[in-house]
Design a protein around this ligand. Structure first.
Ligand code: RUQ
Ligand code: CUA
Length: 664
């Protein structure tokens, strides 16, 4: 090798090394310029302008951030157990995670939907989907607690969910995987997809006052993958739009086989028509099995009941409920603008963004401007529903939000950017890079009639070199943009819990003043094992069950000394928090417990089940720093051998009390 050649090789090697060390894409680290960071600054002690409810992805939870600060306020446990809050560990919360498959301690939460009245966020509830074992959850925004979970039969991979109508009449849930219905024979060869696999879309009604959910009906559709959905609004209220892919009906190697066709569909659903058919008795009651879990605010206890019937409308037979609109290349996002006229389809592999017109669609349906049908569902001619195409917008369009000022913002996964375009003339007006690979976007109210066009948040799948590394699993992130001017400007970048999918945001005052600050009077506690004062605290034996009616108040438990527990006992600590101020929880933990701590909210009773595994003295203590003497808030349980004669007794302070008629 001559010297020149050697130098050349050296240059390449050095270049490669340098690049692996510092090859940040241009813009990285320099995108917050001048005073833009200041715009996201919320001074200590100041409130944020918005609540941001963010899906926790594979953590199964929902997190609550402030905007514009990006401060994390709370992680609300929804579909996954959360030992920090005792969620899924206390006896009262276990039924919330019950399903027809039994207790399921985890799920994958993708989308968040805030309840609405006349197309505007009303601050009452947030809905969320479980993707893996199909369920819908309702979170009460007065308590920031999951108040209800309903399982969805006939579904697999509940991805196209939960999207709501303008008055939260319904929250819909479309199945990602079409599968043989639960009420049909499921023991069929997988390659009989075309004949035996069906899609089901659930329309779940929401009670206006209580929020209680109920599966009003399901639509049975040909087998495809439903991906996302949006309701019609204003003039298109009464319609729903679902993107679907795999209209090839492939059952293997979908990355190739589900990308064959030039166009898949957006399925337009006339749900008012479906309601008419339902009233006319056209629904078929089918035998299924699903769990419905409801939290009772007065007993602070969930009950799970198994239901076994659902009403199904077959849209291949009941004409004029569904219409297919051709949409280029595996549409993912399907978004409707604030006026309800424009429906935006984002084909993951498409080079254009088609924008459909609701008025043109109606005309096309009236004139039967169809191109045949897809297994009984009329296919509307593409041009007859199309308003126009956004040309060369970027690579890999996913999701679109709106600012209410005539602009749409679309995320591009592959080219890693947000693109702002004009809805009327379909011209691209601005684009900014995201770091990296953005999925969903959120503008507060961005899916309503009245967006507030100040901020846009991009939720990124990959963060690569943006943060200090933490091993192979790097954090995902959110990036905040100021969109009040003509140009989008990045002002903040913050890590998230789990993989953030969709998120929504609501004005701070709407949530803050929804009645959430209150006293929790102990008198309203209807828990069957409550102790409403220390005088009511006691320990009783029922066979091999020992029930401890325990109270907690700053800074002691009553009782705090318990004897007479024996090996083989099931011990239930029913801890009542006697505090009535809304912000003084207590905690409870005992050595060797096979579950978690309890966090007991003021005025509530919560139960920990404990099976002592050995003879001896077991300390217990308050886990939540509640006062200067929090560390003194502790006690002991004595465990004796099975068959021991040690009488059951308990006390706090001097006098040991023995239950009047100890049952041995
Ligand atoms: S989607 S992978 Cu919400 Cu873009 Cu789930
Ligand atoms: Cu009660 Cu710490």
């Amino acid at each position: 090798m001559n010297a020149q050649k050697l130098l050349f090789v050296f240059a390449i090697v050095a270049g490669t090394i340098l690049c692996t060390i510092s090859c940040k894409p241009k813009n990285a680290g320099t995108s917050v310029k001048g005073d833009s960071g200041v715009k996201g600054y919320v001074a200590p002690g100041q409130y944020d302008e918005y609540y941001n409810f963010v899906s926790g992805g594979f953590s199964g939870q929902m997190s609550v951030y402030g905007l514009p600060s990006g401060r994390l306020f709370r992680v609300i446990p929804v579909f996954s157990v959360d030992p920090e809050k005792g969620w899924g560990y206390s006896e009262e919360t276990k039924p919330m995670l019950n399903t027809s498959h039994g207790f399921v301690p985890w799920d994958d939460l993708h989308h968040v939907e805030l309840s609405q009245t006349t197309g505007e966020i009303n601050g009452k509830w947030a809905f969320a989907n479980a993707n893996n074992t199909p369920r819908l959850a309702r979170i009460d925004l007065k308590t920031f607690k999951t108040a209800e979970i309903i399982e969805l039969p006939n579904s697999g991979g509940n991805h196209s969910s939960p999207f709501g109508t303008e008055n939260s009449e319904y929250i819909v849930a479309g199945t990602r995987f079409s599968v043989p219905a639960d009420y049909a024979n499921g023991d069929v060869p997988i390659d009989t997809y075309k004949e035996n696999f069906k899609g089901h879309i659930s329309f779940v009604s929401v009670n206006k006052e209580s929020g209680q959910m109920d599966i009003a009906f399901q639509l049975k559709t040909p087998g495809v993958n439903f991906d996302l959905a949006r309701c019609g609004r204003d003039k298109s209220h009464g319609w729903f739009f679902f993107s679907c892919y795999n209209t090839e009906q492939a059952n293997t190697l979908l990355e190739v086989n589900a990308s064959q066709k030039d166009k898949d569909f957006i399925m337009a659903v006339n749900w008012k028509k479906a309601e008419e058919y339902l009233k006319a008795g056209k629904g078929v009651k089918q035998k299924v099995k699903y769990a419905h879990n409801v939290w009772d605010e007065h007993t602070h206890t969930a009950t799970s009941s198994i239901k076994n019937e659902v009403t199904v409308l077959d849209v291949s037979e009941l004409k004029d409920i569904c219409y297919m609109i051709p949409c280029p290349k595996s549409p993912h996002g399907c978004d409707v603008d604030p006026t309800g006229e424009y429906i935006v389809g984002s084909g993951k592999l498409a080079a254009v963004i088609p924008v459909f017109s609701f008025d043109k669609l109606q005309k096309a349906i009236a004139n039967k401007a169809f191109d045949g049908d897809f297994q009984g569902i009329p296919v509307v001619k593409y041009e007859e529903a199309l308003y126009g195409e956004v040309k060369k917008p970027g690579l890999g369009p996913l999701h679109t939000e709106f600012d209410g000022k005539g602009f749409a913002y679309t995320s591009f996964f592959v080219s890693s950017e947000v693109v702002k375009w004009n809805i009327k003339d379909l011209a691209v007006v601005d684009r900014v890079p995201t770091f990296y690979s953005v999925g969903h976007l959120c503008i507060p109210g961005g899916n309503t009639r009245k967006p507030s066009p100040k901020y846009l948040i991009a939720y990124n799948k990959i963060t690569k070199d943006r943060y200090l590394p933490t091993g192979p699993e790097l954090t995902q992130s959110a990036q905040l943009f100021d969109i009040s001017g003509e140009k989008m400007q990045m002002i903040l970048d913050f890590p998230t819990i789990g993989e953030p999918h969709y998120a929504q945001a609501a004005p701070a005052d709407l949530i803050r003043n929804n009645g959430q600050l209150k006293i929790y009077p102990i008198g309203e506690n209807k828990h069957p094992r409550v102790a409403k004062g220390e005088g009511e605290s006691k320990v009783i034996r029922e066979g091999n069950q020992v029930h401890v009616y325990m109270t907690a108040v700053r800074s002691h438990f009553a009782p705090d000394n318990i004897e007479g527990v024996r090996m083989g006992d099931d011990v239930y600590f029913h801890v009542t928090n006697l505090e009535q101020d809304w912000d003084v929880p207590h905690g409870f933990g005992i050595k060797g417990a096979n579950n978690a701590e309890l966090l007991i909210m003021p005025g509530e009773t919560t139960t920990l089940k404990w099976n002592p595994d050995r003879v001896g003295i077991f300390p217990m203590y308050c886990t939540d720093f509640c006062s200067a003497l929090h560390q003194e808030m502790q006690g002991y349980v004595r465990v004796s051998p099975a068959g021991s004669k040690t009488a059951l007794s308990f006390h706090t302070g001097k006098s040991a009390k023995t239950p009047e008629k100890p049952v041995q």
